[in-house]
Write a protein that binds this ligand. Structure first.
Ligand SMILES: [Zn+2]
Length: 515
């Protein structure tokens, strides 16, 4: 294939990895730059971390939810277990974790000296490890159910299957980082919090504000006033955070961030028309997808325009040691802007990604399974694996950013080609952090305590510590030595109730792509 066409195909294949605008031949042309009527207003002070939701009292689980519970809440002792506490500290062998009837961790200590109280249910976990429940930061309750012949994804709401699969994989908290059915996500969050449905604690983010550039499910509104109104609407409706999107100009992003911060909500963005450094100066709190989405490095970049090839920036900076990369890291650190790693969805656009796990394929509807396999085949046929160098560079940048003291978060982004699904995708994301060069203990911290810290809920979840909610994953094996042992999930505790991953997975089987 001729170079130009190959490049267009490559970009078209990749764009929906992010749910991003088409930038290939069918692209909606970017709007002309909108002249700023005034200079950027002074940077607003970043808000304090959002007030944590009231500590969840033990809730009464509905019969429907209780059907997934294998270990009833109450006084529980997990004995002789390896504890990976989520702080990055070395694993501790032969520990006992006491869980109280209030759903909280009462004590963690050496098995020899930590006695189960009278009447506790004692579970001997020799050979097992306990780690904190995942705090997934780029999750969705919708999914690429299929990609049509023209390359356009169909994003369908997965209110039934995704909460079950997230919980089954050990996610006890998720931030949705963008909604297609904003009200449905908000209502689901409430239903799970009330015990009516099984699932992780959901921090429901607003729909995408800032124009998609052609995705049929998303808004195409323009102008700072409209965007401010959208933030007000979704904040009033109960969204826990705001998602800024691709085509938002500096003026529009300023309106989004200002309106959200007034409401005490944080803003995350998958941005393109605005650079990471500009967004940081405007006061954004979090940026999605890592440095591959940064337009900062694009040669001859036009302000307020999402360029034809959004990956040209990372393509032009070969190493995180480059001065321009180091300068961006410093800006993000100084402004406390967190970066969310979404390697699992990016991996699907490399030609040599490992095949989907059988469990993931079984979770899909017949149609979505066929779609995923066909999409993979198309990507595998690309000569020379054109995306791999960028993907590997993205890994190197994330490692360097975090090691420089930057705040890295983790999420699976179950969109892309339809092969990344709730739960399985998040486990893959943690494995890929290790592939990027993080130690297993660092990767686990990024996907647990870092997320809880960003969300302002680290006082009650995100690590294995006395006083916190018993949000725990019990696995066979030792993920501190073999990260893939995170997949051997035996029980997932959420607020002290022990869920059976087999029952959760069985209830979702065949529904991914349908509901
Ligand atoms: Zn996404």
């Amino acid at each position: 294939m001729a170079g130009k066409n190959a490049a267009s195909l490559f970009i078209a294949l990749v764009w929906f990895a992010f749910g991003a605008p088409a930038v290939g031949q069918n692209a909606v042309p970017p709007p002309p730059p909108e002249p700023l009527t005034r200079g950027l207003p002074p940077t607003p002070e970043p808000p304090p971390p959002p007030a944590p939701p009231a500590a969840s009292p033990p809730v009464t689980l509905s019969p429907q939810t209780r059907a997934f519970v294998a270990v009833e809440p109450g006084s529980i002792a997990l004995t002789h277990v390896r504890v990976i506490d989520g702080t990055g500290a070395p694993a501790r062998e032969d520990q006992t974790i006491l869980i109280g009837a209030d759903g909280r961790i009462a004590a963690v200590g050496p098995a020899a000296s930590t006695r189960p109280p009278e009447g506790a249910r004692v579970i001997d976990l020799t050979g097992h490890s306990v780690l904190p429940g995942w705090v997934g930061m780029h999750e969705h309750l919708f999914y690429t159910a299929t990609v049509d012949a023209g390359g356009e994804p169909a994003f369908l709401q997965m209110s039934h299957s995704f909460p079950l699969l997230y919980l089954a994989a050990g996610a006890t908290t998720i931030r949705t980082a963008g909604a297609v059915q904003g009200q449905t996500d908000i209502n689901l969050a409430a239903a799970i919090a009330a015990g009516r449905r099984a699932g992780p604690e959901v921090h429901a983010t607003s729909p995408y504000i800032g124009r998609a550039g052609g995705l049929i499910e998303l808004s195409e509104e323009r102008g700072a006033e409209r965007m401010r109104a959208a933030v007000d609407y979704w904040a009033g409706a109960g969204a826990a955070s705001i998602k800024a999107y691709m085509q938002a100009t500096r003026e529009e992003l300023t309106a989004i961030v200002g309106a959200a911060h007034v409401r005490g909500l944080r803003v995350t963005g998958h941005i393109c028309a605005t650079s990471f450094a500009e967004a940081a100066a405007i006061g954004i709190d979090n940026l999605e997808h890592g440095f591959i989405a940064a337009s900062d490095f694009i040669p001859n970049r036009q302000p307020d325009v999402c360029p034809q090839n959004p990956f040209a920036g990372l393509a032009s900076v070969t190493t995180p040691a480059a001065p321009e990369a180091q300068a961006l890291f410093a800006t993000l650190r100084a402004r406390n802007v967190a970066i969310t790693s979404t390697l699992a969805v990016l991996e699907q656009f490399t030609a040599a990604s490992p095949p989907p796990r059988p469990e993931a394929l079984q979770a899909m509807s017949a149609h979505s399974r066929t779609n995923c396999l066909a999409q993979r085949q198309q990507t595998a046929a690309q000569a020379g694996d054109p995306f791999r160098p960028l993907y590997e560079r993205e890994m190197a940048f994330e490692l360097a950013f975090a090691r420089s003291g930057g705040m890295l978060l983790a999420g699976s982004d179950p969109t892309g080609n339809g092969c990344v699904i709730a739960g399985d995708g998040l486990q893959r994301q943690v494995e890929l952090l290790v592939a990027a060069g993080f130690t297993p203990l660092e990767a686990i911290r990024i996907a647990t305590l870092n997320g809880a810290t960003f969300l302002g809920i680290a006082a009650r979840t995100g690590s294995v510590e006395a006083g916190k909610e018993a949000d725990l994953i019990v696995v066979r094996g030792d993920p501190s030595a073999r990260i893939e042992d995170i997949r051997n999930v035996v029980t997932v505790f959420s607020n002290g109730a022990g869920y059976d991953p087999t029952r959760l997975t069985a209830a979702a089987r065949g529904w991914v792509g349908i509901r």
